[in-house]
Design a protein around this ligand. Structure first.
Ligand SMILES: *[C@@H]1O[C@H](CO)[C@@H](O)[C@H](O)[C@H]1NC(C)=O
Ligand SMILES: *[C@@H]1O[C@H](CO)[C@@H](O)[C@H](O)[C@H]1NC(C)=O
Ligand SMILES: *[C@@H]1O[C@H](CO)[C@@H](O)[C@H](O)[C@H]1NC(C)=O
Ligand SMILES: *[C@@H]1O[C@H](CO)[C@@H](O)[C@H](O)[C@H]1NC(C)=O
Ligand SMILES: *[C@@H]1O[C@H](CO)[C@@H](O)[C@H](O)[C@H]1NC(C)=O
Ligand SMILES: *[C@@H]1O[C@H](CO)[C@@H](O)[C@H](O)[C@H]1NC(C)=O
Length: 502
């Protein structure tokens, strides 16, 4: 149970704060000491949810004829525990992000689990251009070029969510039900921004691992790789040094006669032709994603992984290098990420995960999501490199024929001087960050006001709090979740109080 100083401070702050309102009359228990929030029953005919579609407007922001086109937006709904409109019982919305919404539910089950405690309706909404929510009749047309991709943006997505939520509440005669919005990663950014832009639709937001400050130089472009470096270094100094030295080792090896063939064999690569570049990118992907998914229990977000996978990687590296075989160590580390199930016969360096909607995200990363993460200091576990925006801009012009707008996100949603801005304007937002997550560098790590609250867990990785809970969850993670539930309980109490005192 090792909390950082900042975490302890926040923790105490929220607790004393919550205690001061525990006298308010409400149907919610005033304290949560166990996992009593966890739903016993979630199942709808043995499924977690029902699938529905909503006819959504293509373009919310102008009135030319093309904008009136529609597409089918998928949403998943679970009403098993909902106490219904008569009690104005809450509606929990998950703001879908860059991927298939069913895949997203598998990795963010916490919201379902809280449903019986809150008597809540749970709705996961799919983000436009991902999964089955594709405009223009399908991916082939929608992903063709900038003319169709142009309708893929965060502002359109937020407007989709508002439109769908308002219509759903009307259909359910649940206009009085408070809405709380949840999201992780890009979905966490959407959740926070949704609360700021649509305060009349959502009473609060839990924004988990939302790097809303990774834009426009607010956060250093070196912080992302600095955190990955720290993750491996804190596991084992020798592991860090081996990985750091491996890039030159691979480059040198590749230059030897027969060296590439050696590498191909050492790493059991399927393709006949490899390059040092491809191999290095493949290894780098393994380290980056493993750092993000460094969860205390086994997971399967992009690939199946064991609990504490960074530790496992470092163990493989340290054991093999102690025996004098560095490549075997690196191969062993790659095996943790690419072959945890043990069924890979050889590795494909061009490996990409299918659920992750890469086409759509590539577009978003070339237009408004200019997240500055590519710099490497001399200390980095990766080769040192300057962050170079013109490289990225050139790639985007070649790829889509458009120029990125790196200052749009801060223009639309803010980010500069966020503390002083949100202190006077925002309310009811939880920013959760796990400090092992490379994205945490761009997160809100300090509470801004009594109701714009940061929860920071030193041991946490990428939106670990939103995952399904398990018996093996460490105490720090249980505490994070209990704290989030307490805060959300408070928002709801306030809402019902305000309603009663109109
Ligand atoms: C996209 O493709 C369509 C044809 O399918 C074409 O009419 C349109 O001009 C193209 N847009 C761009 C930006 O290339
Ligand atoms: C609300 O009901 C109408 C009419 O049945 C339906 O077309 C629409 O899709 C429903 N809205 C949602 C969000 O399901
Ligand atoms: C994957 O793991 C299994 C079991 O450890 C091993 O037999 C197999 O060789 C591995 N595949 C690759 C490509 O390394
Ligand atoms: C790998 O093996 C596991 C059982 O060990 C199985 O459940 C899984 O479907 C296999 N994955 C692939 C990609 O074949
Ligand atoms: C960044 O990349 C561009 C090419 O895309 C190059 O012309 C420029 O010199 C680079 N800048 C730095 C600081 O390396
Ligand atoms: C942030 O605040 C400082 C001091 O109040 C000010 O000088 C600066 O211009 C602000 N930055 C932006 C982008 O608003």
């Amino acid at each position: 149970m090792a909390f950082t100083a900042i975490f302890s401070t926040v923790f105490l702050f929220v607790f004393s704060f919550a205690n001061s309102i525990s006298t308010v009359n409400t149907r919610f228990p005033a304290s949560i000491y166990s996992n009593e929030w966890k739903s016993q029953s979630l199942s709808i005919a043995n499924k977690l949810y029902q699938t529905k579609y909503f006819t959504q407007t293509l373009d919310h922001f102008n009135y030319n004829p093309q904008s009136y086109q529609t597409f089918q937006q998928r949403y998943l709904i679970n009403d098993v525990n909902w106490r219904g409109p008569a009690e104005n019982s809450p509606i929990f919305i998950y703001a879908g992000s860059e991927g298939d919404i069913e895949w997203i539910t598998q990795n963010n089950g916490f919201i379902f689990e809280t449903a019986s405690y809150f008597g809540a309706l749970v709705v996961f909404i799919e983000h436009r251009f991902y999964g089955k929510s594709i405009p223009f009749g399908g991916k082939e047309e929608a992903n063709k070029n900038a003319s169709t991709f142009g309708y893929l943006s965060s502002t359109q997505a937020l407007a989709d969510y508002a439109t769908l939520i308002i219509d759903l509440k009307k259909n359910l005669s649940a206009q009085g039900s408070p809405v709380v919005v949840f999201g992780g990663s890009y979905g966490g950014m959407l959740a926070a921004w949704f609360r700021l832009k649509y305060p009349h639709v959502a009473i609060g937001a839990l924004a988990s691992s939302a790097p809303i400050l990774n834009f426009e130089g607010i956060t250093s472009p070196y912080s992302f790789n600095d955190i990955i470096t720290r993750d491996f270094k804190s596991e084992s100094e020798s592991c860090y040094r081996v990985i750091k030295g491996s890039w030159k080792l691979i480059d040198d090896s590749a230059k030897q006669p027969g060296g590439l063939e050696e590498l191909r064999k050492s790493f059991k690569i399927c393709e006949n032709y490899i390059s040092a570049n491809y191999l290095e990118r493949w290894l780098r992907t393994a380290y980056v994603n493993t750092a993000m998914m460094d969860y205390p229990t086994p997971s399967n977000v992009l690939n199946p992984l064991p609990a504490y996978p960074v530790k496992q990687m470092c163990r493989a590296i340290d054991e093999a290098t102690a025996a004098g075989d560095t490549f075997k160590g690196l191969y062993g580390a790659a095996n943790i990420y690419y072959n945890y199930t043990g069924n890979a016969t050889c590795f494909d360096l061009k490996h990409e995960s299918v659920q992750f909607g890469i086409d759509g995200w590539r577009w978003q990363a070339c237009t408004e999501m200019i997240l500055l993460t590519n710099g490497n200091t001399d200390e980095s576990i990766f080769p040192p490199s300057m962050y170079n925006y013109s490289n990225q801009a050139k790639y985007c012009e070649d790829m889509f024929g458009i120029k990125p707008r790196p200052i749009w996100i801060t223009t639309e949603f803010g980010g500069h001087n966020i503390s002083s801005v949100l202190k006077r304007f925002g309310s009811n937002i939880i920013f959760f960050n796990g400090l092992r997550d490379p994205w945490s560098g761009g997160g809100v790590l300090k509470s801004i006001s009594k109701s714009v609250v940061a929860i920071v867990a030193r041991e946490g990785a990428h939106h670990v709090d939103l995952r399904f809970s398990s018996e093996e969850d460490p105490e720090w993670l249980q505490r994070v979740r209990r704290k989030e539930i307490k805060i959300i309980t408070r928002w709801l109490k306030q809402y019902y109080n305000d309603m009663a005192n109109l």
